[in-house]
Every structure is written in structure tokens, then in C-alpha cells.
Design a protein around this ligand. Structure first.
Ligand code: ME8
Length: 504
């Protein structure tokens, strides 16, 4: 089966911060997990380079937009290997192939009769690149997200007939209750639709930095349609000579709650207008907060992911974000929070389980995992190892990243308890307990293997090291007891060494 997952494409008017890394890591965890299930995966991320946010930022710096995007886009791309992200392609909306495909698709929408010329007057936020309805305005005509005064715009432009999709969108939502998740976001999008859809601008006459409309070259396309189309256009040229659209479309979109309306309302309507299938679905996550506020460049309260990685490592960062903040909700992150989870969970729970399991196999069985039967004691019960693979797969099918991690972590804790309960060091003193010791050591190694296979998508570097040390070659998700044992292990230096005290 094919599995296509995307992140938002980020504006290049600012530096990447942890909020951007967060969405990208979320999509990466899903992509990696699905590859472990032998799905045919395509994972896309990239940068949104047109429109007002970028044009204004360039103007402030006194440079051309092209120079700004060429300077900043690499910063987003360079972040990816550093946070262990395994994207298959990186799209830039200034790619000529993207621009050509956007023109082709918008022409279809035009020819299908969903475009007309008109006059727009209303409140506009250049940072959101969004027109705000009266209901959305903050106090004193300000943007509720960026807190800046809005501009009153009046302009002649082309409109997209969003209102024509009122019934079709309502039907889509009725037929596909999981089209938008979590449920609260589905409700929010549906109530927006039920509130009555108004037509939206498809073009901007005042801007020059963007994709020209093929039938009216004086106007550039409204940046949001240009940007949304990346999810489709990328497939037409990411595969070199091969068009990947039929193989991978439709996609699952991972996005933050700030861009719900565009993805959950405009985007499916636009796809319908162009004759494309609507997305497979979308998962909307919340904000990472610092001291109670959304982390954002304009508010100046961002955690620099490069600094965090240097101090804690990329895998620890990946783990922390999805453990600390329930995926789908807002939640606070902080350097002290990082440190606490790093010490208590990564080093003391998982790291300790790994080192003592390997050390005991080394010491009591000459570095070879005994071939034995899995201990039914460890397999059973609510936090038993028996069905952890199925439970986690079921949750990740629904992009429940935090709940899936909770399930895995319960088993890590269970394995540590199992060591305390079975006391292998005492069993080793008694020859009559040799069979029991074999079973305990086998069950520990096997438990560590299956939990690590599930953690691998979250912590790919650490997971690989652990599985190599366990002599487990196969990376496919596996059930407890499916490896017969008998393999050699290697000891490892600590997976999560003590961190240096430093200010982040
Ligand atoms: O909106 N917490 O780009 P953008 C969590 N170009 N996620 C955060 C975050 C935070 N504090 N801050 C940012 C755009 N994000 C458009 C998107 S898509 C066709 C076009 C993440 O650079 C989150 O995913 O403003 C949010 O939706 C996205 O960055 C916005 O990035």
C-alpha cells in the first residue's frame, strides 16, 4: 500500500525554529514507521517562498525576494539531516517545475468555471497572507495570531468560487468523519463550512513575487493556493522522469492548528474544482509553547533546534517533543523539561534497561541470547509485551504519536520491573535455575528488541545502535517472541550519557 505524508511548507522569511522541526519530526516518525511495515512511503517537506510574507521581509532587508529565498531555504533543508528526518523530496515553491504545474492546474480550475473577476475589500494580515472576516478580528482590527494591525485592502482580482463547494464539502465531512483529526478540529472546520462559504481571492494584483496566472499575467496567484498545490505538484517531478502522482496521491497532511482553514476547507474544494481526489486525511497538531505563549519568530520566544540538538542529541529532542506534549494539543516545552525527561526516562529507564540487559547476557551467557520460550508472565496483562506491536500500529494508523509512545514506554517500565522481580543475578548463583535464567534473559532481550523496533521511528539513531548491539538485523515491526534467540550481542557505551550543564 502507498503511504504519502506531508508537512506544511515553511515560510522562508524567518529562521527555522523548534515549531517547524516539530511538524517535520511528526511526519518523519509516521514515514519511518510505515516503512518498517513495508508500506510504499513518500514523505514530502519543503519551503513556501512566494507571497507577501517573503516579499515584505526582503523589502525590509533591501534585497530581492529571490536573494532572500536562496539565502534562507537552505537553512530549512540543512536542518533535516540534523533532526534525523528522512524526507524523500524537498520542494521549493520557486522551483520552475512547481510553477509550471501550478499554472496547469489553475488553468483547469478556470476552464471548469470556478474562477471569476471581482472586487475584494476587507482586512488583510500580510504575515498570515490571509483575509480576516469580521469574526476573526482581534481587538482594534488586529491579527489574532500576529497581534499586528491589519491592512484594509481593496483590489480587483480573480476569485475562486469556494461557495460552489458548500454541499460537496458538507457531504465529504459527513461521509468521512476521520477526514480531519483530532475530533475537535474536525468540528471546528465543519462549523466554519456550515457557517456558509464565501468565495476567496485567487490572485493578488499588487504583488509581483509569485506564480503568474496563465490567463492574466498581470496578476500573481494568491500564495495560499500556490503553496497548497505543492502537495500535488511535487509528485509530478520528484521522481525524476517518473510521475509519482498516481502512485502516491492522496496524502495525509500533518499541519499545525493555525492553518486548519486552508487545509480543511479551501484545499479539498480546490482539488475538487481541478478534478483531483481530496486528501486521504489530515492531522492537526497544537502549538509548542514557551512560557505559555506560542513559540514564533514574531514573538521572539523560540528554542533554536540546533542548540537543543547539540546539547541533548537529535533523538532525545524527537522523543521529548512527543512525550512531553500530547500530539494534537498545545503544550509547553522548556530546557528544564528536556533535562528532566532526558535523565529520568531516557537515561534511567530505557538506557538502564539496555545496559543491564546486555551486561547480564554478556556475563551470564557469554554474550549470546539464550534460545528459550518467552515468559508468559511478561507477555500478559495490560502492559504486557504480547500485543504491543499491534497496539502501537493501530495508534500510528491514526497518527496518535503520543499515545503510541505511551504504550511503548509502559513496556519499557514493565521490562525494568521484570528485572527487579526476577533478579537474574540471584538465579545465576543457582545451577538448578539455569533454565529459568535462560527464559528471563531471552525475554528481556526479546522485549528490548520489540520495544526498540517500535521506538526506532522516534529515535532512529539510538534505535539502530541498540538493535545492532542486540544482534537484531531485521528492522520490520515484530511481535514478542518472534525471534528465536541464539544471536550474539555486543556491549554498548551508555546510550544517553550525562549531559553537560549549559545554558540553552
Ligand atoms: O503557515 N508549535 O508557514 P509557517 C507547533 N507557509 N508548530 C509550529 C509552531 C509552534 N510554536 N510554529 C510553527 C505557513 N509551527 C505556510 C504553510 S502549507 C501549504 C503552507 C509549524 O512557516 C506548524 O506546523 O508559518 C505550523 O502550521 C507551521 O509551522 C506554519 O509554518
Amino acid at each position: 500500500m502507498s503511504y504519502y505524508v506531508t508537512t506544511p511548507i515553511y515560510y522562508v522569511n524567518a529562521e527555522p525554529h523548534l515549531g517547524h522541526a516539530y511538524s517535520t519530526i511528526a511526519a518523519d516518525i509516521l514515514a519511518r514507521h510505515m516503512r518498517q511495515r513495508s508500506e510504499d512511503v513518500f514523505f514530502l517537506t519543503g519551503t513556501d517562498e512566494h507571497g507577501e510574507p517573503v516579499a515584505q521581509a526582503a523589502q525590509k532587508l533591501g534585497i530581492e525576494p529571490r536573494e532572500l529565498v536562496d539565502r534562507n531555504a537552505p537553512k530549512f533543508e540543512e536542518l533535516l539531516p540534523q533532526i534525523n528526518v528522512s524526507n524523500d523530496f524537498f520542494i521549493r515553491t520557486s522551483d520552475p517545475e512547481h510553477e509550471a504545474k501550478v499554472q496547469e492546474i489553475v488553468q483547469i480550475v478556470h476552464d471548469n468555471g470556478y474562477v471569476y473577476e471581482g472586487v475584494y475589500e476587507g482586512w488583510y494580515c500580510p504575515r498570515c497572507a490571509d483575509f480576516k472576516s469580521e469574526l476573526e478580528l482581534g481587538p482594534g482590527q488586529t491579527c489574532p495570531i500576529h497581534k499586528i494591525p491589519l491592512e484594509r485592502e481593496r483590489e480587483e482580482n480573480w476569485f475562486f468560487r469556494l461557495s460552489a463547494f458548500q454541499d460537496q464539502l458538507e457531504r465529504l465531512y459527513a461521509e468521512r468523519p476521520d477526514f480531519v483529526r483530532p475530533q475537535a478540529r474536525y468540528n471546528e472546520a465543519l462549523s466554519f463550512i456550515r457557517g456558509g462559504l464565501e468565495d476567496v481571492s485567487l490572485s493578488r494584483p499588487k504583488l509581483t513575487w509569485g506564480v503568474r496566472l496563465p490567463w492574466d499575467r498581470r496578476q500573481v496567484m494568491y500564495v495560499w493556493f500556490d503553496a497548497l498545490l505543492n502537495y500535488v505538484t511535487a509528485l509530478s517531478y520528484a521522481g525524476g522522469g517518473e510521475d509519482l502522482t498516481d502512485r502516491f496521491w492522496p496524502a495525509l497532511h500533518i499541519i499545525g492548528k493555525d492553518i486548519l482553514k486552508f487545509h480543511a476547507v479551501y484545499w479539498p474544494a480546490f482539488l475538487m474544482a481541478a478534478g483531483y481526489e481530496v486528501p486521504k486525511g489530515m492531522f492537526i497538531h497544537g502549538y509548542l509553547l514557551m512560557e505559555g505563549h506560542k513559540m514564533s519568530k514574531s514573538l521572539g520566544n523560540v528554542l533554536d533546534p540546533f542548540e537543543v540538538i547539540e546539547r541533548f542529541g537529535a533523538d532525545a529532542l524527537r522523543y521529548y517533543c512527543f512525550r512531553e506534549v500530547s500530539f494534537g494539543q498545545d503544550g509547553s516545552v522548556s530546557p528544564t523539561g528536556f533535562e528532566a525527561r532526558y535523565d529520568s526516562e531516557l537515561a534511567n529507564e530505557y538506557g538502564n534497561l539496555a545496559s543491564r540487559t546486555l551486561a547480564m547476557i554478556d556475563r551470564f551467557r557469554d554474550g549470546r541470547v539464550p534460545a528459550a520460550e518467552p515468559d508468559p508472565e511478561l507477555a500478559g496483562g495490560g502492559d504486557g509485551l504480547a500485543r504491543v506491536d499491534a497496539a502501537v500500529c493501530g495508534l500510528l494508523d491514526r497518527a496518535e504519536l503520543t499515545q503510541a509512545l505511551d504504550e511503548i514506554w509502559k513496556r519499557v517500565r514493565r521490562l525494568n520491573r521484570y528485572v527487579e522481580e526476577t533478579r537474574p543475578w540471584d538465579l545465576a548463583k543457582d545451577d538448578e535455575e539455569a533454565g529459568r535464567l535462560d527464559q528471563v534473559l531471552y525475554s528481556l532481550a526479546e522485549g528490548l528488541r520489540v520495544t526498540t523496533l517500535l521506538l526506532l521511528a522516534y529515535m532512529p539513531e539510538i534505535g539502530d545502535r541498540m538493535l545492532d548491539a542486540l544482534g537484531a538485523e531485521d528492522r520490520a515491526i515484530a511481535a514478542f517472541g518472534s525471534h528465536g534467540g541464539g544471536q550474539r550481542i555486543e556491549k554498548l557505551p551508555p546510550l544517553f550519557p550525562k549531559i553537560e550543564a549549559a545554558a540553552v
